[in-house]
Design a protein around this ligand. Structure first.
Ligand SMILES: Cc1cc2nc3c(=O)[nH]c(=O)nc-3n(C[C@H](O)[C@H](O)[C@H](O)COP(=O)(O)O)c2cc1C
Length: 244
């Protein structure tokens, strides 16, 4: 971020949508910003909706809202802002606005960061009626330092961690999300990610009751990861009718 101009990414997205196979689903992740950087939630929600509509226009079947970015620059201070989903009212305002702006045929997913028990329990019942799915976790905003204590990224105190370092938080988050869905009685898909680097970590996350598992850092290292995970799943955890 920021992304290239819409004319560039919409054309790229249209090409990607055209390449999606019958048993594949492309979720298009979008994000908005408050143009003046003054904490104007209506402007933020409007920008999220504008971007979601552009993704839809370019052919997205499902739009995922990145409500969990740990790298948004804070224009009023040096450094980065906390992820949006730590502010439940702003998060719900954004999701409500996007849901109203999108047509009924568009799927909508909210992507969250790892949240503690009270934060997640307060947010999920408010999001569940608005979305088709909840995804998480994003990278974990952390103070990244070398073993000698010096900053890994000089001048930038906070950065987002992914991969094996976030495996446990992802399992914890997904278990709680699945439990909240069961307790709330409002259906939505759980799209789990965080720390999947091999079939064992994939199966552990899938076994929490998630409907789908995604990977970022693991897929960077091994582009064949998804294929090896689904092959392992087929041999150990057959699920009736499901396509992982
Ligand atoms: C280089 C990099 C860029 C990322 N960019 C985004 C992004 O633009 N939007 C988003 O929602 N998540 C982004 N993520 C977070 C991942 O989608 C994922 O939530 C996180 O890395 C945890 O999963 P993993 O352990 O499989 O990597 C990014 C992660 C990495 C490593």
């Amino acid at each position: 971020m920021p992304s290239p101009e819409p004319a560039e990414w919409m054309a790229d997205l249209a090409r990607a949508v055209a390449a999606v196979g019958e048993e594949q689903l492309l979720l298009v992740s979008v994000m908005g910003e408050d143009p003046e950087g003054r904490g104007d939630v209506a402007a933020l929600a409007g920008d999220f909706a504008r971007t979601a509509l552009m993704a839809r226009e370019a052919g997205a079947q499902v739009v995922e809202l990145n409500l969990s970015c740990p790298n948004t620059l804070d224009r009023s201070a040096s450094g980065v802002k906390p992820p949006l989903c730590l502010d439940p009212d702003a998060t719900v305002a954004v999701v409500e606005h996007v849901r109203r702006a999108l047509d009924d045929g568009a799927g909508l997913v909210a992507k969250l960061s790892w949240l503690d028990e009270p934060q997640l329990a307060a947010l999920v019942p408010r999001l569940a009626p608005l979305v088709d799915g909840i995804a998480g976790i994003n990278t974990v905003q952390s103070r990244v330092r070398r073993s000698d204590g010096t900053p890994t990224f000089p001048g930038r105190e906070l950065a987002g961690l992914s991969g094996i370092a976030v495996r446990e938080p992802a399992l914890d988050f997904t278990r709680r999300l699945v439990a909240l869905r069961e307790a709330g009685g409002v259906p939505f898909d759980v799209l789990a990610m965080g720390g999947v680097t091999d079939p064992a970590s994939f199966e552990a996350l899938f076994a929490t009751g998630a409907d789908a598992v995604q990977t970022a850092a693991g897929a960077f290292a091994d582009p064949g990861l998804a294929a090896s995970c689904t092959a392992a799943l087929a041999s150990t955890l057959p699920r009736s009718g499901g396509n992982p």
